[in-house]
Design a protein around this ligand. Structure first.
Ligand SMILES: *[C@@H]1O[C@H](CO)[C@@H](O)[C@H](O)[C@H]1NC(C)=O
Ligand SMILES: *[C@@H]1O[C@H](CO)[C@@H](O)[C@H](O)[C@H]1NC(C)=O
Ligand SMILES: *[C@@H]1O[C@H](CO)[C@@H](O)[C@H](O)[C@H]1NC(C)=O
Ligand SMILES: *[C@@H]1O[C@H](CO)[C@@H](O)[C@H](O)[C@H]1NC(C)=O
Ligand SMILES: *[C@@H]1O[C@H](CO)[C@@H](O)[C@H](O)[C@H]1NC(C)=O
Ligand SMILES: *[C@@H]1O[C@H](CO)[C@@H](O)[C@H](O)[C@H]1NC(C)=O
Ligand SMILES: *[C@@H]1O[C@H](CO)[C@@H](O)[C@H](O)[C@H]1NC(C)=O
Ligand SMILES: *[C@@H]1O[C@H](CO)[C@@H](O)[C@H](O)[C@H]1NC(C)=O
Ligand SMILES: *[C@@H]1O[C@H](CO)[C@@H](O)[C@H](O)[C@H]1NC(C)=O
Ligand SMILES: *[C@@H]1O[C@H](CO)[C@@H](O)[C@H](O)[C@H]1NC(C)=O
Ligand SMILES: *[C@@H]1O[C@H](CO)[C@@H](O)[C@H](O)[C@H]1NC(C)=O
Ligand SMILES: *[C@@H]1O[C@H](CO)[C@@H](O)[C@H](O)[C@H]1NC(C)=O
Length: 598
């Protein structure tokens, strides 16, 4: 009775004040809690300023910015996502007993996550990601029995991941990546039976991956990369039949990779890169029939590439580069009909490139460089119309470049350098309109430089050095606006040098050790980005054009061993970056500065 009486008095008071210009309100307790939380905020959006205040005609905060209530006018959702809020989260948050959703993501909150948050017993969803929260993750969050989603990523959190979190019976999503968390991954991780998605990457977790992870039987996504984890991959990972993504790259894992079983049928992406495993690529991976990307870079793997990988019909990316793999490429890989990227560079692979790879009709990038491959590139490969990159440099490949290379209209990058290719370069190569990089240095190519260079206006690198080419430089090179590196050194080329007036991006020009004659073109002085000019060991005549003094970025100038005469420019003052200057072996008169090498 007494309480009811008090209620009546209060009600009367409220009605009374509401008729006047008084700022006293009858805000409910959740509203009052929000007003105390407001005191911790420094910067808020105008919508918040205009709604978060006592208003005599409103007894609830249910129309306030970012707030949703239930039927009994209790706050169930506090959502400020991406609202430019700065400040802290006050401990009073613990008083919002009906709060189900707390979304403060993508703001500028700082300070600690209050441990009282563990008192908001209705919470289902917490997103504090992309803020500046610091300190530890409060252990009390473990008492939120209904919590399904916990997103704390991209903050400045430190300390250990509380064991209590894995006892939350409903927990589906735990994302704490991009923080500074340390310590072990709790051994009781397997208690989180409902866990679907666990992201711990980009922290400083150490120790081993707990075997109990195999008890998180619903787990679909496991991101543990970029930590300091040791030990081997737990065999229990093979039990996770719904796992789609497993990322453990950039740790210090060891032992043999025992992964792949009949249960891995849902696995889509596997990245084990940058670890120190022993042994080889497990043949059982061939069972993971949904695999889209298999990436194991620089993880010390040895042995052969298992032919079972040929069963992976949906594989689009196979990257096993920078290991110690040996043997030859299994022809079965030609059955991976979805392959888009095949990257096996920096291994000890040998033998021929199988012609079966020509069946890969979606292949865009074939990267086999720095191995011991020999023989010819099979003609079937030169017919893969989807190819954009063919990177096979530093092998022991041979053969002629077939005319089919000129029909690969999507080709952007061809690097065949340091092999033993021979014969004439098909003249149509210059007409390939998407070509950006052609690097064939260090082969045995003969014939002439292909005409029509820069037909496609994309060419940036053209390197045919150290071959046995003859003839002149095609005049079309003068039109190459995007060309940045032009290298024809160590060939048998002759004739006069072309003009360079339109080569505005040219930065590296190396034509040394040929039989070029005539003058150094004055127009070189208009290529203001030039850092290196090497015209040494030719038969160039005339003097050094004064225009070269305009080249303020020039660091290497080698004109040695030509038939140049006249006087040497006395003002080197413009060449502030110059570290190498070679003029010897010419016919200069007057004062000649000594050769300089840095
Ligand atoms: C007070 O709340 C009422 C009802 O929601 C609203 O119409 C009015 O604009 C508010 N007044 C102020 C000053 O915010
Ligand atoms: C928070 O609000 C935004 C829109 O402002 C919405 O997209 C988002 O889904 C809300 N968060 C939750 C958890 O409901
Ligand atoms: C974020 O908050 C910090 C103080 O914690 C302040 O120095 C900074 O200017 C704020 N940044 C923005 C974008 O509001
Ligand atoms: C949680 O609520 C209980 C009971 O209301 C209280 O004793 C405790 O101090 C609260 N915890 C925190 C961390 O605020
Ligand atoms: C993590 O801590 C290191 C030093 O302990 C610091 O340099 C780094 O900025 C921190 N990173 C984050 C995301 O807090
Ligand atoms: C998985 O859970 C079962 C029973 O809940 C338990 O016996 C087993 O030891 C757990 N396995 C691991 C690897 O923790
Ligand atoms: C895997 O996912 C399927 C489909 O969502 C579900 O039916 C099945 O129960 C899940 N397996 C486990 C072990 O949770
Ligand atoms: C392969 O991909 C196709 C198309 O995305 C899909 O329909 C099929 O189920 C996938 N196969 C496997 C074994 O995952
Ligand atoms: C390259 O291949 C030739 C035969 O084609 C062979 O004699 C030579 O030893 C190979 N070189 C290397 C480095 O493998
Ligand atoms: C080029 O061919 C010559 C003669 O055929 C051979 O002696 C030389 O080793 C070859 N060089 C390369 C790089 O293949
Ligand atoms: C020099 O190179 C830069 C890029 O490195 C480019 O943006 C600029 O256009 C070039 N300058 C000239 C004169 O071509
Ligand atoms: C430089 O050599 C050319 C012939 O190559 C000659 O015509 C010219 O007179 C010489 N100039 C000087 C200054 O010696």
């Amino acid at each position: 009775m007494e309480n009811l009486g008090l209620f009546k008095i209060l009600l009367l008071f409220c009605l009374f004040v509401s008729g006047r210009i008084v700022s006293v309100s009858c805000l409910n307790s959740d509203g009052l809690t929000l007003l105390s939380l407001r005191n911790y905020l420094d910067k808020v959006p105008p919508e918040l300023t205009s709604t978060w205040k006592t208003n005599a005609s409103e007894a609830t905060p249910c129309n306030w910015f970012g707030i949703i209530c239930d039927d009994s006018k209790k706050v169930t959702s506090l959502n400020f996502t991406g609202s430019g809020v700065s400040g802290r989260l006050g401990p009073e948050i613990g008083q919002l007993k009906s709060l189900e959703i707390l979304d403060l993501s993508s703001n500028n909150f700082s300070g600690i996550i209050p441990s009282s948050l563990g008192n908001c017993s209705s919470l289902v969803y917490i997103d504090l990601s992309e803020n500046r929260f610091s300190g530890k993750i409060p252990d009390t969050l473990g008492s939120l029995k209904s919590l399904a989603d916990l997103y704390l990523y991209s903050n400045f959190l430190i300390g250990e991941l509380p064991r209590s979190l894995f006892r939350i019976p409903a927990l589906n999503y735990l994302h704490v990546e991009h923080n500074n968390l340390t310590g072990l991954i709790p051994q009781n991780v397997g208690e989180a039976k409902e866990l679907l998605d666990l992201r711990l990457f980009d922290n400083q977790f150490s120790g081993t991956i707990p075997e109990s992870i195999g008890n998180c039987s619903k787990l679909e996504i496991l991101y543990l990369h970029k930590n300091k984890l040791v030990g081997s991959l737990p065999a229990s990972l093979n039990l996770l039949e719904n796992l789609t993504d497993l990322f453990v790259a950039n740790n210090s894992l060891r032992g043999t990779v025992q992964f792949g079983s009949t249960k891995c049928r849902n696995l889509v992406t596997l990245d084990l890169s940058y670890n120190q495993f022993e042994g080889g690529v497990p043949p059982e991976l061939g069972n993971c029939s949904s695999l889209d990307a298999l990436v194991i870079v620089k993880s010390n793997l040895s042995g052969k590439i298992p032919s079972s990988l040929g069963m992976l019909k949906n594989l689009t990316i196979l990257n096993l580069s920078e290991n110690r793999l040996s043997g030859s490429i299994p022809a079965e890989l030609g059955n991976c009909s979805s392959l888009n990227l095949l990257k096996l560079n920096d291994n000890q692979l040998e033998g021929g490139i199988p012609s079966a790879l020509g069946k890969l009709r979606k292949l865009e990038s074939l990267e086999l460089f720095e191995n011991r491959f020999s023989g010819e590139i099979p003609i079937e490969i030169w017919k893969i119309q989807s190819l954009t990159q063919l990177l096979v440099y530093r092998n022991n490949l041979t053969g002629k470049l077939p005319k089919e290379i000129t029909e690969l209209k999507n080709l952007k990058i061809v690097t065949l350098f340091n092999n033993s290719f021979y014969g004439v370069i098909p003249p149509g190569l210059g007409l390939n309109s998407n070509l950006e990089i052609i690097d064939l240095i260090g082969n045995n190519l003969t014939g002439e430089v292909p005409p029509n260079l820069c037909h496609g206006k994309m060419l940036t690198v053209f390197n045919l050095g150290s071959n046995r080419l003859h003839g002149k430089i095609p005049t079309s090179v003068s039109q190459c606006k995007t060309l940045s590196r032009f290298i024809l050194r160590e060939n048998n080329l002759s004739g006069v040098l072309p003009e360079f007036s339109k080569n505005q991006d040219l930065s590296f020009l190396d034509l040394n050790s040929n039989n070029f004659e005539g003058p150094i073109p004055r127009t070189l002085g208009s290529c203001r980005n030039l850092t290196t000019i090497n015209l040494s060991r030719n038969k160039l005549t005339g003097n050094i054009p004064r225009e070269l003094e305009n080249l303020q970025n020039l660091s290497h100038l080698n004109l040695g061993f030509n038939l140049l005469n006249g006087t040497v420019p006395s003002k080197f003052s413009n060449w502030k970056e110059l570290t190498t200057l070679v003029l010897s072996g010419n016919r200069f008169s007057g004062v000649v500065p000594p050769d300089r090498h840095s």
